[in-house]
Design a protein around this ligand. Structure first.
Ligand SMILES: NC(=O)c1ccc[n+]([C@@H]2O[C@H](COP(=O)([O-])OP(=O)(O)OC[C@H]3O[C@@H](n4cnc5c(N)ncnc54)[C@H](O)[C@@H]3O)[C@@H](O)[C@H]2O)c1
Length: 317
């Protein structure tokens, strides 16, 4: 099979790193990048000897591509994703799918009308730690589920690695919208549909700034409660602390800081289970290419993105 031709729209904090991932991947050929920042585009295009654009419609018109990875800020996901889909290209879109439920609904509808592969970049799905968590849950390690708990702590928001003009705005930033979605998706993957969302946000007086805290409660279809506890602006020097914990009738299971899994039976030690880390970005691209080739693949499509958006909009109101 020939390599799939890829273009990337948005080469910021995340997209820039992904340029190298796509460039190095053996199954794809990175042919173009696009960003409204002209200097960035010129540098990147020269470095990788590929085409550069500052306007995505021009890229879509002029370059022969199979798939597009969209990594612009959330506010631009809708318009750009719709243009990519209407151009008939396969699309990998950054999370969140869009910046409102109406936008997400529209993207999903248009994507379903076209014969294209559409997928979300929810990379935690490809982490070996996540797979270990799921394996233990499915084999009944913790028994019957009693409660799911998400803790998100950010000594500083925004984090040092992701400084930009939008991440600290109520319009399209904040840690709930930026980070919690990954876990909403994982919870729905492991345990099923989330509903009955009750969310209390700690909002600063300045209406342009995002939440500094969240205390939220929701339920799974079988009534099991889920709680989200998040806060920013706290003591500590770490970048962040994130943990997703499932409490069962027989044990406890936790995915911690995306780096480790801890498990224990009731009455026993709660200890780390060593899992070898993997290159999850490559895995996502492998799956995407398989999907384009019509093979069975593990992708989280725009329906999954939409289902996450429903919960996120209830959380952030
Ligand atoms: N999947 C993940 O794990 C993960 C991690 C971080 C960020 N993200 C998501 O990735 C997206 C980008 O985040 P980031 O931190 O890289 O943001 P960023 O602001 O650093 O980068 C966005 C880039 O898009 C460019 N841009 C803005 N509007 C554009 C347009 N209309 N056309 C072309 N380029 C445009 C900007 O100039 C910038 O270079 C966001 O949706 C964010 O939520 C996902």
């Amino acid at each position: 099979m020939s390599k799939k031709k890829v273009a990337i729209i948005g080469i910021g904090a995340l997209g820039e790193g992904m340029v190298k991932v796509f460039f190095d991947h053996p199954l794809v050929e990175l042919v173009a990048v696009c960003d409204t920042n002209k200097e960035k585009v010129e540098q990147c295009a020269a470095l990788y000897n590929i085409k550069g654009f500052t306007n995505h419609t021009e890229l879509l018109e002029k370059v022969d591509i199979d798939m597009v990875y969209v990594a612009v800020p959330p506010k631009w996901h809708h318009d750009i994703a719709v243009d990519v889909i209407r151009a008939g290209k396969h699309i990998l879109c950054e999370k969140p799918l869009a910046n409102s439920l109406a936008e997400a609904e529209n993207i999903l509808r248009i994507a379903k009308e076209q014969n294209i592969v559409h997928a979300m970049n929810f990379p935690l799905n490809y982490l070996h730690n996540t797979l270990k968590f799921e394996e233990l849950w499915l084999e009944g390690y913790i028994g019957k589920l009693r409660k799911v708990e998400l803790t998100m702590q950010f000594p500083k928001w925004p984090r040092a690695w992701q400084q930009n003009s939008w991440i600290n705005t109520r319009e399209q930033g904040g840690f709930v919208f930026e980070v919690a979605g990954h876990f909403v998706q994982l919870i729905q993957r492991f345990f099923g549909h989330i509903s009955n969302v009750e969310s209390e946000l700690e909002l600063p007086n300045d209406p342009t700034l995002p939440e500094m805290g969240i205390t939220a409660k929701m339920r799974l279809a079988n009534g099991v409660p889920i709680t989200f506890n998040g806060i920013s602006g706290i003591a500590g020097m770490e970048e962040q602390h994130l943990s997703l914990t499932a409490y069962g009738t027989e044990g406890t299971l936790s995915l911690i800081d995306l780096k480790k899994v801890k498990a224990g039976k009731i009455g026993e030690e709660f200890q780390e289970i060593k899992v070898e880390n993997n290159h999850f970005w490559n895995e996502l691209i492998n799956q995407f290419v398989d999907a384009i080739d019509g093979k069975t693949s593990e992708l989280y499509d725009f329906q999954v993105g939409y289902d996450v958006q429903v919960v996120l909009e209830e959380l952030r109101k």
